[in-house]
Design a protein around this ligand. Structure first.
Ligand code: TMP
Length: 255
């Protein structure tokens, strides 16, 4: 069988050429990094769980009319996505102070913010993803004002929707990061769509009753119980693979 072409390998995922033009296969690894690659590790089963969690969330977003790159899940670790032109700006949406905003402004973690705050980061591993403003983004041509307007409007809708969705399963959406891409149709019209993944790798989720962290902060901060936290998020969303944790290594485990 011909080996398919690897197009890009990131810290947590690999992108392969898809079966048809305009499609890609997104493969989820168990690799975890933090602090711009300075801390490295493996979270067993993370790829399988993030594949399912992201499938679930992207599907719910599609149902409310939020455009995403997601097409369908293919297997334990892979999903078919539309090929988009990635916009090199990450958006972070924050509802509660945690992580870098708590540190930067000396706000106690857990403080509810006066309103949801959106931040922009320029995607560059070499520079450590610096925070930037709209001025930098438009002056350097990373995105146009229309792109930015679309990204912010989508981010706020996604935030409102996901706050409610997670609340329904006893989780508080503290903050999360989104990536966007441009999709061109046959008439060369452009649409900004959600890309990458939405999972405990790029969300902060706290248990509503205990405030226990149920996301990648358990890995970043060496809190232990990392695998269990990802499994619990998947279980609450109703997407834990049927065989449960036994099944999490995916095909490699079937020896
Ligand atoms: P921060 O508080 O470290 O700036 O992170 C804010 C949110 O963005 C948090 O949910 C984790 C997520 N995030 C990523 O997904 N990738 C990153 O590289 C960073 C720094 C944060």
């Amino acid at each position: 069988m011909a080996r398919r072409r690897k197009l890009y390998e990131g810290k947590a995922k690999v992108l392969y050429e898809g079966p048809e033009p305009g499609t890609l296969i997104q493969y989820f690894k168990d690799d975890a990094t933090a602090f711009n690659n300075q801390k490295k590790g493996i979270i067993t089963g993370k790829g399988v769980l993030n594949n399912r969690i992201s499938e679930f969330l992207m599907t719910r977003l599609t149902e409310i009319g939020v455009p995403t790159h997601f097409m369908r899940r293919l297997n334990m670790r892979e999903q078919l996505v539309r090929e988009v032109e990635i916009i090199p700006i990450s958006l972070v949406v924050r509802n509660v102070a945690a992580g870098s905003i708590a540190k930067r402004f000396g706000i106690e973690e857990g403080t509810v913010l006066p309103r949801s705050i959106i931040e922009y980061y320029y995607k560059s591993d070499d520079l450590g993803d610096p925070m930037v403003t709209e001025e930098h983004i438009t002056a350097f041509g990373w995105a146009g004002t229309q792109d930015l307007d679309d990204m912010v409007a989508l981010a706020l809708r996604i935030n409102d929707f996901l706050i409610g969705l997670f609340l329904g399963v006893g989780l508080r959406l503290v903050d999360f990061k989104l990536e966007f891409g441009r999709l061109y149709n046959e008439h060369d019209e452009v649409q900004v769509v959600v890309a990458d993944e939405i999972s405990p790798d790029n969300c902060r989720l706290w248990d509503i009753r205990t405030n226990e962290k149920m996301d990648k902060d358990r890995f970043r901060r060496d809190l232990g119980g990392v695998e269990e936290a990802y499994q619990e998020v998947a279980r609450r969303l109703g997407v834990l693979p049927e065989a449960g944790p036994m099944d999490l290594k995916g095909p490699q485990a079937m020896q």
